[in-house]
Write a protein that binds this ligand. Structure first.
Ligand code: ZN
Ligand code: ZN
Length: 423
């Protein structure tokens, strides 16, 4: 028995501190694959401080030049919505975002810890929320472009925090809910495996195999059809689209896993070739607001009608951000038997929920999902059908009732998923 395996049989017996250290090690060694001498820029909610400290330790052990963490505080965000002057909602610190973009350009990696309260802004004025989001997206564009173009190695991991945990496990005492959410995060992030780093290597290879199969087919479109008829959507794929999943070689030469966890195979739809109706299979938590039962109609790539039973106003403001916000930038296939889907937990967090169901994303496309895309400028990317927008928002459409066909160039259909599982 190897030392790693001996530790693993006792994962449940580890202290929370030791479990956090495992997650931190996976984040730094697998998620970022941080290189010696590399700078790290991290963002984290205040309540994730214990995990942020563990990640900082692991980063320095891996040879980090400097770790700089920007902490977010939910009550301080709320204070802005309660007391700030009106002009505040059209402002974002471009100077800070430009500094972060400069850091990325000079070699820094980026890590985000997810864990903010998904419902923080649910009761705030949707107009102010939308204005603040637009201002933040505009200021953050230079840094975000370096991320969506995969110029740098980056990753996102999650931390269990009280408000989030209480939303996921309603009715539980706060400490019980927080502990349960931590266990769900550890399981989904595969850190309870015998050797988490080796487990991630194997998981990445399994996803790559699926990606290679999809790339070999050269489908021109995907057809999503739900048993109850609420989804009947044809998603045309971009010319020269590439499927990705299970890790990305970044432009700086570092191979990274941008999401911990990840279960998806994803690619770039054609921004003008999406038609039909689609209903979300899970609610969407977007920047502190909850949008439930999204139903949308696409014509020639554009959303022409969008409804929701909660957060409809936020949804319609979101898709009005710019022309690209009404169009798709990503389509992803995730089997309904993925470990996160099987857990049956609704996380109210896209990092987890998008890895439990097939999904689509409104807004910015990933240029790395096009053959040669990393070398193309925006005009050339658009010519291939890749969408451009200030936003990139994933929402879940897959379920155990969903069938997916791959449509070949000659219009013949090949079953890819039946009842949510790979054929
Ligand atoms: Zn995705
Ligand atoms: Zn996405």
């Amino acid at each position: 028995m190897s030392a790693a395996a001996e530790v693993a049989t006792k994962f449940e017996e580890l202290t929370l501190d030791e479990k956090l250290d495992r997650l931190a090690e996976v984040a730094v060694k697998v998620g970022l694959n941080l290189k010696a001498g590399q700078e790290l820029i991290m963002s984290a909610p205040m309540e994730a401080l214990p995990l942020a400290r563990k990640i900082t330790e692991q980063a320095y052990k891996a040879g980090a030049l400097l770790v700089t963490t920007l902490y977010g505080d939910d009550p301080s965000v709320l204070a802005r919505f309660q007391y700030a002057q009106d002009a505040s909602f059209d402002y974002a610190p471009a100077w800070l975002q430009d500094g972060i973009a400069n850091g990325f350009r000079s070699g820094a990696a980026r890590l985000a810890i997810a864990g903010a309260n998904p419902a923080l802004l649910a009761k705030q004025d949707p107009a102010k929320v939308a204005r603040a989001n637009v201002a933040a997206s505009k200021a953050g564009k230079p840094a975000m472009e370096l991320i969506t173009r995969h110029e740098i190695n980056w990753t996102i991991v999650a931390a269990s925090t009280p408000e989030w945990a209480k939303l996921v496990f309603p009715g539980e005492a706060e400490d019980v809910a927080v502990a349960k959410l931590w266990e769900a995060i550890f399981a989904a992030s595969r850190v309870n495996a015998a050797d988490p780093v080796a487990e991630w290597r194997e998981h990445g290879e399994r996803l790559k195999k699926r990606v290679d199969l999809l790339n070999a087919r050269r489908f021109s479109a995907l057809h999503f059809k739900s048993a109850d008829g609420t989804t009947d959507l044809k998603v045309g794929l971009a010319d020269d689209h590439l499927w990705a999943g299970g890790g990305t070689p970044a432009g700086n030469g570092v191979y990274c896993q941008p999401n911990i966890p990840t279960e998806e195979c994803f690619t770039t739809p054609h921004k003008d070739r999406v038609d039909g109706v689609v209903r979300a299979s899970k609610p969407l938590s977007h920047q502190g607001t909850l949008i439930e039962n999204i139903a949308v109609r696409f014509e020639a790539g554009r959303i022409v009608k969008a409804t929701a039973t909660a957060g409809e106003d936020v949804l319609n403001r979101l898709i009005s951000t710019d022309d690209g916000a009404r169009r798709l930038g990503e389509v992803a296939l995730v089997p309904h038997n993925s470990p996160i889907a099987q857990s049956g937990i609704l996380f109210w967090n896209t990092l987890f929920d998008e890895n439990a169901a097939s999904h689509i994303a409104l807004g910015q496309a990933y240029s790395t999902c096009l053959i040669g895309g990393e070398k193309m400028d925006n005009a050339e990317l658009a010519k291939r059908g890749a969408n451009e927008s200030l936003i990139h928002v994933d929402w879940m459409i897959g379920s155990a009732k969903m069938d997916v066909d791959g449509i070949a160039a000659d219009s013949t259909a090949e079953p890819l998923m039946r009842k949510g599982a790979w054929v």
